[in-house]
Design a protein around this ligand. Sequence first.
Ligand code: C2E
Ligand code: CA
Ligand code: CA
Ligand code: CA
Length: 274
Amino acid sequence: AKELGRGRFSFFDFSINEKNQRLIKVKQALRSAIESSEYRLVYQPKVNPHQCVLTGYEALLRWNSQELGMVSPDEFIPIAEESGEIEKITDWVIRRVAMDKQYSAHLRHANIAINISAKQFKSDSWVNTLRIMHDSSELDVASITVEITETALIDSFEVTLEQLLTVRGLGATIAIDDFGTGYSSLSYLKKMPIDYVKIDRSFVQDIGIDPDDQAIVQTVIAMSHALDIKVVAEGAESAEQIDFLKSKQCDEIQGYYYSKPIELADLDSFILQL
Ligand code: C2E
Ligand code: CA
Ligand code: CA
Ligand code: CA
């Protein structure tokens, strides 16, 4: 690609053209993904490292597109947010979690975290889905954790507050995802009904490498505890990271060190080594 200066590209820039074509393809393929049964959920364990017990799972979306093969959620979720398709996807995720809980003895009584996109907080559809499933006893919402990013707190404070109070009223647990990567101030944590802060992997992965990141992790844990909020660290891969997090009283840990996300069919025979 020939760059002509900041933000300016030559007319014949194939890389941008290719990116656009991929984007259009993904956007199109997303439209038929639900009816073609191309999605599934995988489940990654969360662990209390002090008591060495499993505390629940995070449900993570996988898309095996007939047309494009496996597409990473890091690629298609932002596109689905842009196109509005994300509402249907989240609806599908909530319903599938309820079905998977029926299927798997392991999941049935476990707490399951689901991801709600920040872009969805302008609509009540995800709240309504949870309410309907709660009222019809299809899903025990008290066993659901809702993971939202800091952006949702900032972009639409009032609406988000009301939605979080509603789902919390149904028994759901609330977690702030990717904590530390956004721009939320401490005051949001105090004003919002938040049970958990989830420290982003980018900080956790540099434990033992970057003293600044260690200081951030330690501070987030101390600050959250002072506000009576629990802490989950995500993306822990090494024993050294686990030891550090434990010594700083991190409440729960999720990461490859314990387990990668697990296919539904493998869950009931899966034994977590703790
Ligand atoms: P996230 O919510 O921060 O999820 C954690 C991501 O980190 C997952 O990637 C997980 O597989 C990965 N991970 C966990 N432990 C480790 C580790 O020790 N090392 C490494 N390298 N990675 C680890 P995944 O499944 O690819 O999802 C990426 C992102 O896509 C998620 O980040 C989330 O933002 C989004 N996403 C996934 N499923 C959904 C969904 O159902 N709905 C929405 N709205 N977003 C989703
Ligand atoms: Ca998450
Ligand atoms: Ca994250
Ligand atoms: Ca993320």
